[in-house]
Design a protein around this ligand. Structure first.
Ligand SMILES: [Zn+2]
Ligand SMILES: [Zn+2]
Length: 285
């Protein structure tokens, strides 16, 4: 069983969260005791600390961080920490003082098994939907300890990779952008969304091939069967400042080969497909 606890970035949490993580102990208020009573030795608990909206995406959705289950796709942004602990002592009651404002007698103990921190991109593009929902629920209920019956193993917490039609397994370029949240977000969208599949299917249907929009290479033509469906998709409006309801359309995406795609992202200010095409034509006449 995996449990999820969302901890907000409030003044008391800033004090209490590190105390809990350092001591391997967590506790909840009387009003939340039902949520914690089934926590058992050996269970995993994922603590997700402090979500904020990614500014590059424009204004946050209204009431962000307390979104309803129907708006789960809006529950995304950057979280400061994710700590996963394995429960070493099942639920118990104790009034022994642990935190300065100690009103959390319903407790369990754990040992940390995994810790991530610093600008972790969060949302359904990055994590299992059931996990995101549990975090959302916990956030909406002031940190109740929330079950995720759909997930039993730690490996299931990240979103499953969905690589489009096929052969869309490309590593992030080892460039100046490596590890930067916005680039990761951009690449993640290019890799994971259903719309990428739809784009490839639509281009295939219309043109009978998946040729790079810049250099026109068609991997099927060059490599035969091995190169079939081998192409990348680039979001022309990488962070399109899209509001929650705004759907990506197929013409916001371009089909590119791996080289041209890397060239687009090589400069700090990403080139447009048109600009790269201009450079390409200029040097290949
Ligand atoms: Zn190309
Ligand atoms: Zn791109």
């Amino acid at each position: 069983m995996i449990w999820v606890v969302y901890v907000s970035d409030k003044p008391h949490s800033r004090i209490n969260f590190p105390i809990g993580m350092d001591g391997g102990i967590w506790g909840v208020h009387d009003s939340k005791k039902l949520s914690v009573q089934d926590v058992k030795n050996g269970d995993l608990v994922a603590f997700v600390y402090a979500i904020s909206w990614l500014k590059a995406e424009g204004a946050p959705p209204r009431g962000f961080s307390r979104v309803s289950a129907e708006k789960l796709e809006d529950f995304r942004g950057i979280v400061q920490k994710i700590v996963i602990g394995r429960v070493s002592q099942s639920y118990y009651y104790s009034e022994e003082s642990v935190w300065p404002d100690d009103v959390y007698p319903h407790r369990f103990r754990f040992e940390i098994v995994k810790k991530e921190q610093g600008g972790i991109l969060f949302g359904m593009e990055f994590y299992n939907k059931a996990f995101v929902e549990a975090v959302r629920y916990s956030a909406c209920t002031q940190g109740s300890v929330t079950k995720t019956p759909e997930i039993s193993k730690m490996e299931q917490i990240p979103a499953a990779a969905d690589d489009g039609i096929d052969g869309f397994d490309v590593q992030e370029p080892k460039s100046v952008y490596e590890g930067k949240p916005i680039f990761r977000l951009h690449r993640s969208r290019e890799r994971n969304s259903q719309i990428v599949k739809a784009k490839k299917a639509s281009v295939l249907e219309q043109t009978g091939k998946l040729a790079c929009e810049v250099c026109e290479i068609d991997f099927l033509e060059v490599y035969g069967e091995l190169g079939k469906h081998f192409a990348e998709c680039h979001h022309n409006k990488p962070l399109s400042l899209r509001s929650a309801n705004q759907q990506t359309t197929l013409d916001e995406l371009s089909i590119l080969c791996a080289n041209c795609h890397r060239m687009i992202h090589r400069r700090k200010n990403w080139l447009t497909v048109c600009e790269l095409k201009g450079l390409y034509d200029e040097h290949n006449n």
